[in-house]
Design a protein around this ligand. Structure first.
Ligand code: PLP
Length: 399
């Protein structure tokens, strides 16, 4: 596709460009829109933005708070993030030196890999994985090394982690709760990973964006609270999901002050700052919304989880039950098609429900069998009426 065209002489794409493809998630959303289907493909929550957050941002625009902020974000938001980290995770954080407000979790990871890694370094991630993590690593010529989570519950195989380490390994990415599996890493699993990180002197990059989407008694533990981790941790999270503001691009990271300076510099280089008035609205939300808001969010989504899991079961698609986040992986075996992408399109054609091919959540290596071709991912962070309609259509498959 991106082969250099000889007639263009030296004009052409970078070496990296041919590896960048439209995400399967976006492709399914386009196909779904074209047929007016119910979109359970894209991970955008259709739920309401909390009033305090929306009003805060509108007020900030009206009050003229529209210019660049300090490169690490407005003081009020950094303070609110530090207070929340202490309240909810038990992590003591200095808002002046250890917090960086970022352009989403995505921008935080991009700045982190630019500041801390070199081309040829290797980074471990757990599979099934979130594709942006892989692409972000590749964008700085870092080598992603997948480690498979195993069994129905996506358990961690600590021996497999050890076996994946080489002298080039510099870090691991832990996404908990995870997209797409909804895996919530247990404290014991995190302690195992922490001791490996200490033994091999690795960074731990976390993506905790789904920290408040937790079900059935599972508990979110940030790897940052495991003893010995604080110095090697870059904790990343954001408000896209919690406040239903995926388009606002407000996230943050928490790290030791010795890493924040360089990460902040690279963040400044690409994004300058996260949107100023939207930082104000999010600060209002983090300051004013209490435990009942976050518990309500989890309860609301636990009900939605129950609805989709039941419908997928009735459709004969054997769902894996997630402990967190808001996705379900289910078996695509009964659907026609040679690949998960074909099966997702067959499901869309038959029911008008869009899902994402499981293969999008595995690291596919040339010359190796492709993975995830027997799975589809369904997002359940949808309005009740849309989710009910999707469930009704899926159920019809089982009849
Ligand atoms: N991390 C994970 C695991 C996600 O699933 C997503 C969005 O789907 C993001 C990060 C994107 O986060 P943000 O909007 O904060 O960049």
């Amino acid at each position: 596709m991106a082969q250099a065209d000889m007639s263009l002489g030296r004009l052409g794409l970078s070496e990296l460009a041919p590896g960048v493809v439209q995400s399967e998630i976006r492709a399914m959303s386009v196909a779904c829109d074209a047929m007016g289907g119910v979109n359970l493909a894209q991970g955008v929550c259709d739920t309401e933005v909390p009033g305090v957050v929306a009003e805060g941002a509108i007020r900030a625009i009206r009050d003229g708070l529209n210019i660049y902020t300090r490169l690490d974000g407005i003081a009020r938001l950094r303070k609110a993030i530090a207070a929340k980290a202490e309240r909810t995770l038990g992590l003591v954080v200095d808002p002046e030196r250890e917090v960086l407000v970022t352009s989403g979790t995505t921008g935080g990871l991009q700045a982190t890999v630019m500041a801390l890694l070199n081309p040829g370094d290797e980074v471990l991630l757990f599979e099934p994985l979130y594709g942006y993590h892989v692409s972000t690593l590749k964008s700085v010529r870092v080598v992603p090394v997948p480690v498979a989570l195993v069994g129905e519950d996506w358990a961690l195989d600590i021996d497999a982690v050890r076996a994946a380490i080489t002298p080039k390994t510099r870090a691991m990415i832990i996404n908990t709760p995870s997209n797409p599996a909804g895996k919530v890493f247990t404290r014991v699993e995190l302690e195992g990973l922490a001791s490996i990180a200490e033994e091999f002197d690795l960074f731990i990059f976390t993506d905790e964006i789904y920290e408040h989407f937790i079900y059935g008694g599972a508990k979110h533990v940030s790897p940052a609270v495991i003893p010995g981790m604080r110095e090697r941790m870059i904790l990343m999270s954001g408000f896209s999901k919690t406040f239903s503001v995926t388009g606002w691009r407000i996230g943050y990271l928490i790290a030791d002050a010795k890493w924040i300076g360089a990460i902040g510099y690279f963040h400044d280089l690409t994004y300058v700052c996260a949107p100023a008035p939207l930082q104000q609205g999010v600060a209002d939300g983090v300051e004013q919304l209490g435990a009942d808001f976050y518990e309500g969010l989890a309860k609301e989504h636990e009900v939605k989880r129950g609805l989709i899991v039941d419908a997928l079961r009735d459709a004969g698609m054997k769902p894996h039950i997630p402990d967190g986040a808001y996705y379900v992986l289910a078996s695509a075996e009964s659907l026609p098609g040679a690949t998960a992408a074909e099966k997702a399109r067959a499901l869309l054609a038959k029911t008008g429900v869009a899902s994402v091919a499981g293969s999008a959540f595995f690291y596919q290596e040339a010359g190796r069998p492709r993975k995830g071709e027997d799975l589809l991912r369904f997002c359940f962070a949808k309005r009740d009426e849309d989710l009910a309609e999707a469930c009704r259509r899926l159920r019809a498959l089982g009849r």
